[in-house]
Design a protein around this ligand. Structure first.
Ligand SMILES: C[S@@+](CC[C@H](N)C(=O)[O-])C[C@H]1O[C@@H](n2cnc3c(N)ncnc32)[C@H](O)[C@@H]1O
Length: 297
């Protein structure tokens, strides 16, 4: 499902961009296609000023866009505004209505994708790129301690509210896949979903740094069902993988590696099947029924 379907950007004023946070501005592509952004910023100088201030002197390219943009009629301006907001619909949903992301049908993949690999009971769990906390849903109740790393402040607030019942053991912190402010070997179980892949080798190295020897790193989902650079980097690092269905969004791949297990034991089996170390051997305790055993949604 395209990210532009996550939120109705046509209902948003262009000033919604004032809610963007520093990481978004850092991720703003300098080669923004077409002239829609320049046209929209020319008509909304306060938004342009905001972006330039937050870019801290690195916003010269925005000024050039505005200078090269034509003045347009109201209908064309609105088309440009909507086109810009549609391209950043994922960022906007996180800062305007995280609950709309949380309600996306594709997030309703089976909890067994995680619970079949790991028993969270008594574990230190770390979720990186936590978003609205989908991966924490099946893990948090039984974990001993949970760290949620998320670069967007608005989402960090959402996570605290969503998991308020577990406030005593949940620590929500700023950070990135490549920059996790936790000591080496912090987690027994490190998970990340829908976020891996911009800098595969650096991301794998950082996820493994914060995971203790014998602990497990799980990317669920890690990539689409394609042999891309992210997939190749994970295979080279010794990750096992399998595929699963994301409702309405096709097959995805999940990956896992128990640190300390030699890479050659986790690869070399035909890819469409679950490969490598059987899930029950990837963590200390065998996955069993959750205490209390209540069904998951
Ligand atoms: C598509 S959402 C996935 C959220 C959640 N893990 C899930 O599976 O539903 C991606 C999340 O990762 C965050 N994010 C994006 N780039 C990141 C990075 N380089 N490091 C850590 N988090 C990142 C975003 O702010 C967003 O909350």
């Amino acid at each position: 499902m395209p990210v532009s379907d996550w939120i109705d950007v046509e209902a948003l004023p262009f000033e919604t961009l004032l809610l963007l946070e520093d990481p978004h501005l850092h991720w703003l592509p300098r080669d923004w296609p077409g002239n829609e952004l320049g046209v929209a910023l020319r008509a909304h100088p306060s938004v342009g000023d905001f972006l330039r201030v937050r870019l801290r002197g690195a916003g010269g390219w925005l000024e050039a866009l505005v200078e090269g943009a034509p003045e347009v009629d109201a209908a064309t301006l609105r088309r440009c505004e909507v086109a810009v907001m549609a391209r950043m619909a994922d960022w906007l949903v996180y800062v305007v209505r995280p609950e709309a992301y949380d309600a996306q049908p594709f997030l309703r993949w089976s909890d067994e994708e995680l619970l079949g690999l790991v028993d969270p009971r008594g574990k230190v769990v770390l979720d990186v790129g936590s978003g609205t906390g989908r991966l924490l849903e099946p893990l948090i109740a039984d974990a001993a301690t949970v760290f949620a790393v998320e670069p967007i402040a608005h989402l960090r607030g959402y996570l605290k509210t969503k998991f308020a019942a577990h406030a005593g053991k949940l620590f929500v912190i700023d950070g990135l896949l490549t920059e996790i402010s936790l000591p080496d070997g912090t987690a027994d179980v490190t998970v990340a979903g829908h976020v891996y892949g911009d800098e595969p080798e650096r991301e794998i190295a950082e996820l493994e740094r914060v995971t203790r020897p014998g602990g497990i790193v799980i990317l669920c989902p890690g990539t689409n069902d394609v042999d891309d650079d992210g997939h190749r980097a994970l295979l080279a690092a010794g990750y096992a993988w399998s595929t699963f269905e994301e409702p309405g969004d096709g097959r995805k791949r999940k990956y896992w590696r128990t640190l300390g297990v030699p890479p050659e034991r986790t690869v070399g089996v035909p890819p469409e099947r679950t490969v490598g170390v059987p899930p029950e051997r990837t963590v200390g305790a065998a996955p069993g029924p959750r205490p209390g055993g209540e069904p998951r949604p």
